[in-house]
Design a protein around this ligand. Structure first.
Ligand code: NAP
Length: 292
């Protein structure tokens, strides 16, 4: 029996774990992939205080080192179901754990375009992680799809590796921050294709060779999709947690509509999705829980 179970070891979950452990709570953290979560996929972070520039995997490793230094208990197990009574039960593929409080910090997963065969080519031409797959396309032509901060920053990362990045955005204006837009426009091997959409994959003998756009065919070896993401809330299907478009609704204490169940980071409905806000929310929730 734990005081607090934290689902997700991204920056929000780990920040909560640090504060909860230091407050003397018996904590268990659960993670389905790698500690650090989506931070592991960010090539460069330049807006996190104390680190003028750090790679995502390095920041993830620093976070994980803190977990180990503080001897915070964690298990790399995928959560499949939760039962939210006075005692919270968290079921994973292998086990079930119980706690008085639950913090959901399960983050988001990248969205894919609704194109025929997209799943089949995922990892074989289609990617949602430039840091993981960019090196496979050294000196080749690739496409990036999207117009937000992710598409812009990942285009800049890829431009240093590949021959040409075709950045395809469905509108005439980017959604991302001005600094990134300027950098992208000033990078000679990023060619921007505005006001266009991908209608199909072009393939040859089980190999992705290009994209069909509204008005042209674009021959590329790799396609990186950054069109937003969806919250990881599948494991909450048996609960009455309040959500909006899949995002958990919380109050200003980061508590959901079910007493004792908190949520922070990218899985909640909010205005700003940044590392610093996710970390702050995790810490705040843990302090609130420990003061209950
Ligand atoms: P996002 O801001 O939601 O942007 C998604 C982009 O994909 C939008 O430009 C959208 O077009 C486009 N899009 C959505 N559905 C599409 C479809 N079906 N076909 C084609 N295009 C589609 O997502 P994000 O860029 O991943 O950013 C998520 C959050 O993380 C944001 O709050 C962002 O600020 C933050 N972030 C920050 C940094 C940083 O360096 N500070 C880096 C990465 C992410 P429209 O514009 O037309 O809607």
């Amino acid at each position: 029996m734990y005081d607090l179970i934290i689902i997700g070891m991204g920056i929000s979950g780990i920040s909560a774990g640090i504060y909860a452990k230091k407050a003397g709570l018996k904590v268990l953290m659960l993670e389905s992939s790698s500690p650090g979560g989506t931070i592991n996929q960010i090539p460069h972070i330049e807006n996190y205080p104390g680190f003028p520039s750090i790679t995502g995997p390095d920041l993830a490793m620093n976070l994980f080192n803190t977990v180990n230094d503080l001897q915070i208990e964690y298990k790399l197990e995928k959560v499949t179901d939760v039962i939210l009574e006075e005692i919270k039960t968290v079921k994973t593929t292998n086990n079930a754990y119980q706690s008085k409080y639950l913090l959901i910090a399960s983050g988001r997963k990248p969205r894919l375009l609704p194109l025929k065969n997209i799943e089949k080519f995922l990892g074989k031409g289609i990617s949602t992680c430039a840091l993981c797959d960019g090196a496979f396309y050294k000196n080749q032509d690739v496409a990036v799809i999207g117009g937000g901060d992710s598409a812009l920053s990942e285009s800049l990362y890829l431009a240093k590796i590949v021959k040409t990045v075709y950045l395809i955005h469905r509108r005439k204006e980017f959604r991302g921050i001005e600094e990134l837009i300027k950098k992208v426009k000033n990078t000679s091997n990023i060619k921007i294709i505005y006001d266009n959409e991908v209608t199909a994959l072009i393939t040859k003998k089980d190999k992705l060779t290009g994209l069909k756009l509204k008005d042209q065919d674009l021959m590329v070896s790799g396609v990186f999709i950054y069109i937003g993401s969806d919250p990881n809330t599948d494991f909450l299907h048996n609960t009455s947690l309040k959500m909006e478009n899949g995002y958990l609704i919380v109050n200003n204490q980061y508590e959901t509509n079910i007493p004792g169940v908190y949520a922070t980071g990218d899985v909640i409905k909010k205005d700003i999705y940044q590392l610093i806000t996710a970390a702050s929310e995790g810490a705040t929730a843990a302090i609130n829980i420990s003061e209950n």
